[in-house]
Design a protein around this ligand. Structure first.
Ligand SMILES: [Ca+2]
Length: 517
């Protein structure tokens, strides 16, 4: 007997995935740079200057227990893109123990070809991928985003430090896809008072891309990697002087307005019901900037450290109709999870030939089922701490060196915060008897649980098993951040000849990079 077409379709839907009947969802990652957990109104900042983010949380899900994979830009972003801890993907150094390393423009390494990045997988599923803003996975051409799965790029390969003299150090190029379109400070101004229209350009690039994709009906992945809250902090003229918090607050307000504009664009084009937007930050606020930087709320220290202030991120998930509005989800999450979750929602599987640290958060986002999993906190080549459930165990503690701290007169990663055995200036090894904290009752990591308490004796063996298993199964990637070379800086980026903007590179001086903390 012949089944009616609709009945056959239904049977197909039950037994095989309805690939053709369901449009693939779009993905947007809004990744802030050095923005802290406590910078958003909805996360408790008293300035209450983030109405669009607060509204995004109202329409979506607040995720207060969400982490970056590292307390520094480059390793955090490499983990986000690869779904794997920096210790696996190579974004660490072995030049010294437990040192934070990144990709300044003298770095010789970058994201290895062997890593399969999120956009590479999404490209296979028919997506068009765009990165706007900071890449930070290597400035050499072979490491560029368009060599690793992105179709479009507007932004810079490195941090926006400068201005440089183009003799000892070149100004950082800004790319439009494969080729440079100018340089920071020369063609894309960042003035001494912090005025720059870069965030406005990044907002326009985003809305134009989304509008183009809406017309084409091709699914897209937008990685909005804006960097106005990373030093040197900047904001456009319209926002300068408008915050109660000073220049940092001006930058936050402008980014917040950008979030509103992008979400409105999605709504206006009818894409909101089919787009998962995730807002977060690459690492904690730079507490060493004191009143000139961001806020990590109740958490200890900030950027560069594996205390909560270094890695817990202000995170919001948004997908109207799919993620229940106005919810708070205490799932322990990681930016690496976006890799696995997006790949799964796109109908693909993560690579099976390697360990992927990110987990599929779909059931947590859509059904609010908590998934049991640990969070590993690395600093360089060392596993510093592990969180499981409410508890966090510190295996190693360190703020920064005495040489850098200079008795409080130098660089201070924990200003105004001093916790015994924690915010120390010699690296302390606690692996034999880890320091244990309950982050639900003690989010500031101030009161260690007694080694002889019943709580310690119950919790610590569970975490120790996780640590032992993690170490036993670990396959470390070849470290990418050991060597530096001045000849590898952005002297002659692709496209410089057409603009008449190539600079003369010095002789190669390959040497071990120095990572002070
Ligand atoms: Ca950062």
């Amino acid at each position: 007997m012949a089944f009616p077409a609709t009945f056959t379709f239904l049977i197909c839907c039950i037994y095989v995935p309805c690939v053709l009947s369901i449009a693939k969802p779009n993905f947007v990652i809004m990744l802030m740079d050095d923005m802290g957990w406590g910078d958003l109104g909805v996360y408790g900042h008293p300035a209450k200057e983030t109405p669009h983010l607060d509204n995004m949380a109202q329409e979506g899900m607040l995720m207060p227990d969400f982490y970056s994979a590292n307390p520094l830009c480059s390793p955090s972003r490499a983990a986000l893109m690869s779904g794997r801890l920096p210790i696996r993907n190579g974004f660490y150094t072995t030049n010294a123990h437990a040192r934070n390393a990144y990709t300044p423009q003298i770095i010789a390494g970058g994201i290895p070809d062997s890593e399969i990045l999120l956009p590479e997988l999404l490209q296979k599923a028919g997506y068009r991928n765009k990165i706007i803003g900071k890449w930070h996975l290597g400035q050499q051409e072979k490491y560029h985003p368009l060599k690793h799965g992105f179709d479009e790029w507007f932004g810079a390969p490195n941090c926006h430090f400068g201005p440089y003299d183009n003799k000892k150090t070149p100004n950082i190029p800004v790319y439009k896809n494969y080729n440079m379109t100018g340089r920071l400070y020369e063609d894309f101004k960042i003035k001494r008072d912090g005025e720059s229209n870069l965030t406005q350009l990044y907002i326009t690039e985003a809305t134009e891309f989304i509008t183009k994709q809406a017309k084409s009906e091709q699914p897209f992945f937008l990685y909005w990697a804006v960097d106005a809250t990373h030093g040197p902090i900047y904001a456009s003229k319209k926002f300068l002087g408008t915050s109660r918090r000073g220049l940092y607050g001006d930058a936050v307000r402008e980014l917040d307005s950008g979030v509103g504009i992008i979400l409105d664009t999605l709504k206006r084009l009818g894409l909101d019901s089919n787009t998962l937007v995730f807002f977060s930050s690459d690492n904690g606020a730079a507490t060493y900037s004191k009143q000139h930087g961001g806020s990590n709320g109740p958490f200890l220290c900030g950027k560069e450290t594996t205390f909560e202030g270094g890695m817990r991120e202000p995170s919001i998930a948004w997908w109207p109709g799919k993620i229940q509005a106005g919810t708070v989800n205490h799932q322990l999450g990681s930016l690496m999870d976006l890799y696995t979750t997006f790949v799964s929602l796109a109908g693909l599987s993560v690579p099976q030939d390697r360990v992927v640290d990110g987990i599929d958060l779909s059931q947590s986002l859509f059904q609010q089922t908590l998934i049991d999993r640990p969070i590993f906190y690395y600093r360089g080549n060392e596993l510093m701490a592990v969180r499981h459930g409410s508890f966090k165990a510190h295996l190693w503690t360190w703020a920064n060196s005495h040489a850098e701290y200079r008795n409080g007169k130098g660089v201070d990663f924990c200003p105004g915060q001093e916790i015994e055995n924690m915010t120390v200036h010699d690296q302390e090894d606690h692996t034999a008897k880890p320091l244990l904290f309950n982050l639900d009752s003690d989010p500031g990591e101030r009161w260690a649980i007694g080694h002889n308490s019943a709580n310690y004796k119950t919790v610590m063996p569970v975490i120790q098993d996780l640590v032992d298993k993690h170490h036993a199964e670990m396959v470390r990637g070849e470290p990418q951040l050991n060597y530096c070379d001045n000849s590898l800086m952005n002297w002659s980026p692709p496209g410089c000849a057409a603009l008449g903007r190539c600079l003369k590179a010095p002789k190669s001086n390959l040497h071990k990079c120095t990572w002070p903390h």
